[in-house]
Design a protein around this ligand. Structure first.
Ligand code: PAF
Length: 285
């Protein structure tokens, strides 16, 4: 695997590739990331991963300094997956002067996670656009666990006419249902036992909708209470139409197949997010 830090060396190396599939990450890689690398490999002869902990997407009270940096073990994992190129730029190269030009996401970027993490999707879209410009991939793979991120990146690619195909990767879960996430490392053993409740609760709401319930507000409220009863601080539980993430019609006119249930909640000091499709569909988004 070629490890590259500068834009010049990256262009020189990728000039030799036919098709490039790109997986951006912030490191601390787990099986979820590795599944995205394998998906990338199905699309292109050259797989590029990036590791860059993006300061712009952390709020002032968030865990930028605490975010786990595990560069050496990440490299070993990427090598084992047969990733061709690791792009790991220095912060001063990515943001040589303060990054005053930013990507302003549409209003849905201020809902759901964006409502609780102001500026988060502005930071994500800005760094992803910069990485896309540097790597110039044909394909880019994003996990469905960060569903709102996936949707906003897809929208950015469409509206900025970027010639990149966005490939969604399925969420990888532990046997008990917990979605794999770098943040799971922060959970104490007791919290780790409790953590799968977030997935079970979202799945419960989705199953109720699949069985015909359309009283979304009631379903959201009882899911919130269920989590709160078990010690969670809930940011949101939300039923949304997967197309555009809009709020579904209150009278149940949206076809259940297009609905998804998203949630974010904090256990102890660890904030977890997850989402499920009412009707699971492989690869689609
Ligand atoms: O999903 C992530 O790890 C990050 O948000 C991303 C896409 C690498 C941008 O920093």
């Amino acid at each position: 695997m070629d490890q590259i830090q500068s834009a010049e060396a990256l262009r020189e190396r990728l000039g030799r590739a036919d098709q490039v599939a790109f997986v951006p990450t912030m490191g601390n890689l787990h099986e979820g990331h590795l599944s995205l690398m394998r998906l990338a490999r199905k699309h292109a002869d050259c797989v590029v991963a990036s590791i860059f902990v993006n300061r712009l997407q952390f709020g002032p009270n968030e865990d930028f300094d605490r975010y786990p940096r595990t560069f050496e073990s990440d490299i070993a994992k990427l090598e084992r997956e047969g990733v061709d190129v690791l792009f790991a730029p220095h912060e001063h190269d990515m943001y040589p002067t303060p990054q005053v030009y930013r990507v302003q996401p549409p209003p849905v970027g201020d809902e759901l996670d964006g409502a609780f993490r102001p500026g988060f999707f502005n930071g994500v879209c800005t760094v992803v656009l910069k990485l896309f410009n540097l790597v110039q991939p044909d394909f880019a793979v994003f996990g469905k666990k960060d569903r709102q991120q996936l949707k906003l990146v897809r929208g950015m690619v469409q509206q900025f006419n970027l010639p990149i195909q966005i490939i969604p990767g399925e969420t990888v879960r532990a046997d008990d249902g917990l979605a794999l996430s770098s943040r799971n490392n922060y959970l104490s053993p007791v919290e780790r036992t409790e953590a799968p409740r977030l997935y079970r609760t979202l799945r419960g709401v989705a199953d109720d909708i699949a069985r015909g319930r359309t009283d979304y507000a009631n379903l959201e409220a009882s899911a919130r209470s269920e989590l709160a009863r078990h010690g969670w601080k809930v940011d949101y539980i939300a039923v949304r139409n997967g197309i555009g993430l809009r709020i579904p019609h209150p009278e149940g006119f949206d076809h259940p197949n297009v609905l998804i249930v998203l949630g974010a909640a904090t256990l102890g000091s660890t904030r977890l997010i997850d989402n499920v499709d009412v009707t699971p569909k492989d690869g689609e988004d």
